[in-house]
Ligand binder design. Structure first.
Ligand code: PLP
Length: 357
């Protein structure tokens, strides 16, 4: 079977071993004679899977004991609203605007209360991560987006704050080591680095959850998920099952540190081609803010970019066009994208340059 060189930005590549295992046991999960998607979420088989998935998450991310791992539906986009509805309990919330996703998060926060921009990279078309962040008095929390999927920038280190920190890690969760204790709440939609779309992993300090606004619908309260082990209602069992498999795969690769090292080597293959192309390829992100997950670049003209994407597609490279809002080109090199695919893309880029400069 020929697998595509999959550089899709999301949903994106999952490890082949994970897909094969899911396929092999799809009709018969844990010797029950049923598929995982046909059984009660209150069964002992599902219960074991649920608990194991939370435990793996805690182990791999070294999550402190006073944090809860939760599984919530609605995607990253629901978290934009849910975080603000729960935690914007003071005068206003601070947002660092590093691109489309953080702007959307801030817009959702404004539905329910006041929000302000504490820093922005809009002046240079979101090609960098701002260093100066101005937190005003009476700020409920600051919201960050660790990796900017669309513009291809990523925090290399996280700033320190004396207000609670909420971070959208949808596109770089488990791609590198993160000190969870620096965050009060982390959320990540599964479809970039973990599993199919349909679940968001939320990691939050239990004490922080207790500070939340209580005047909210049941399903919009983190407390509901904390108090009920994310089983207040039917959770997206298949997504959680797939996360479980991906986490085991990460563990088998040597854990997050090994994955991070591999991600660096993968991204370097492509960034090196950009840097050694004498300007034929122009990287969008400033080198100090470059993402290891989404590599964004331009060619001389939009026509040439179109041609590059078309020729790439013919050569087997999927998903190398930029986001519809920004154009250009983008290679998403998430955890499951193999080194071999990145090496092949780097080679293709070199050949394309030779043929077209
Ligand atoms: C993809 C993405 C989202 C949106 O996720 P949905 O699940 O589609 O709502 C939010 N934030 C970031 C950083 C993303 O990459």
């Amino acid at each position: 079977m020929k697998r595509a060189y999959n550089f899709n930005a999301g949903p994106s590549a999952l490890p082949l071993e994970v897909l094969q295992e899911a396929q092999a046991e799809f009709l018969n999960f844990a010797d029950t004679g049923m598929s995982i998607i046909e059984m009660s979420h209150r069964s002992k088989e599902y219960d074991a899977l649920h608990a194991e998935t939370k435990a793996l998450m805690k182990e791999l991310m070294e999550i402190p004991d006073d944090y809860e791992v939760m599984f919530i539906q609605g995607g990253g986009s629901l978290q934009f609203f849910m975080t603000a509805a729960n935690f914007n309990t003071k005068k206003h919330a601070a947002y660092v605007n590093t691109g489309v996703w953080s702007k959307k998060a801030m817009a959702e926060a404004k539905v329910y209360g006041e929000a302000y921009e504490a820093a922005s990279s809009a002046d240079k078309n979101h090609s960098y991560i701002p260093q100066e962040i101005n937190i005003l008095p009476e700020t409920s929390f600051v919201h960050l987006t660790s990796n900017n999927t669309i513009y291809g920038t990523e925090y290399q280190t996280f700033p320190e704050f004396d207000v609670p920190v909420i971070c959208d890690m949808s596109s770089d969760i488990l791609s590198r080591k993160v000190d969870v204790s620096k965050f009060d709440l982390i959320y990540a939609g599964a479809q970039k680095n973990l599993a199919p779309a349909g679940v968001v992993v939320v990691i939050a300090k239990k004490a922080f959850i207790e500070t939340a606004n209580t005047n909210l619908p049941t399903m919009l309260k983190y407390k509901t998920f904390l108090d009920n082990d994310s089983l207040y209602n039917t959770p997206p069992v298949f997504c959680i099952y797939m996360i479980n498999k991906t986490l085991k795969w990460i563990k088998a690769q040597g854990g997050v540190e090994a994955i991070a090292k591999n991600n660096q080597a993968k991204a370097k293959l492509i960034y090196d081609v950009i840097d050694n192309s004498n300007g034929f390829y122009k990287g969008h992100a400033e080198p100090g803010s470059r993402s290891l997950m989404n590599i964004t670049f331009n060619l001389a003209t939009p026509e040439m970019e179109k041609d590059f994407v078309a020729k790439g597609k013919a050569a087997g490279f999927v998903g190398i066009g930029g986001h519809r809002l920004v154009g250009g080109c983008r290679a998403s090199t998430y955890n499951a994208v193999p080194m071999e695919a990145c090496a092949a893309l780097a080679e293709f880029m070199k050949e394309y340059q030779k043929a077209n400069q």
